[in-house]
Write a protein that binds this ligand. Structure first.
Ligand SMILES: [Zn+2]
Length: 157
């Protein structure tokens, strides 16, 4: 019998009752032939019985602390879900409003360009500058405050 067969048998013994029929049949056959593995299986079974026999009781403070932590974690997850919903909603609103406002601002710059008799690239450049100015300003502001980084240098959630 190979060492791999013994190793496989011990792995199956460790899995306990969660074996498939084929695995169980193979293990049964192996245990019939192998004294070492049979001994190992009996020891493992005895250990499992002893472990089940030991009563494990949690005192009141442990139960209370655990309940508090579970509630706090549930609350934290609920807040995170709400925040995610708000962020998603805000992003959708911004996308929709920017789609409409882009068309309006474009038409306004075009009208102004014609009114001021500017060449087309000039009013288009003005539009581009006007369009990216808020993003640039916000980026510089965030960079200045270091908002994108937490105190330990990692990005915030
Ligand atoms: Zn064996």
């Amino acid at each position: 019998m190979t060492a791999k067969a013994h190793e496989e048998a011990r792995k199956l013994i460790a899995l306990g009752d969660s074996l498939s029929q084929a695995e169980y049949a193979w293990l049964r056959a192996h245990l019939d032939e192998c004294e070492d593995c049979r001994q190992h299986a009996e020891t493992a079974q005895q250990m499992a019985q002893w472990m089940r026999a030991i009563p494990i009781a949690a005192d009141r403070s442990l139960v209370r602390t655990t309940q508090m932590r579970v509630r706090a974690r549930a609350e934290q997850l609920r807040h995170r879900r709400e925040r995610l919903f708000l962020i998603t909603f805000s992003c959708a609103l911004v996308a929709i409003s920017s789609a409409f406002s882009t068309a309006i601002v474009w038409k306004s710059f075009e009208w102004l360009g014609h009114w001021a008799q500017l060449p087309t690239p000039a009013w288009q450049a003005g539009f581009a500058l006007f369009w990216i100015a808020p993003t640039l300003a916000a980026s510089l502001l965030f960079l200045g405050h270091g908002t994108y980084l937490g105190s330990n240098g990692r990005t915030r959630e």
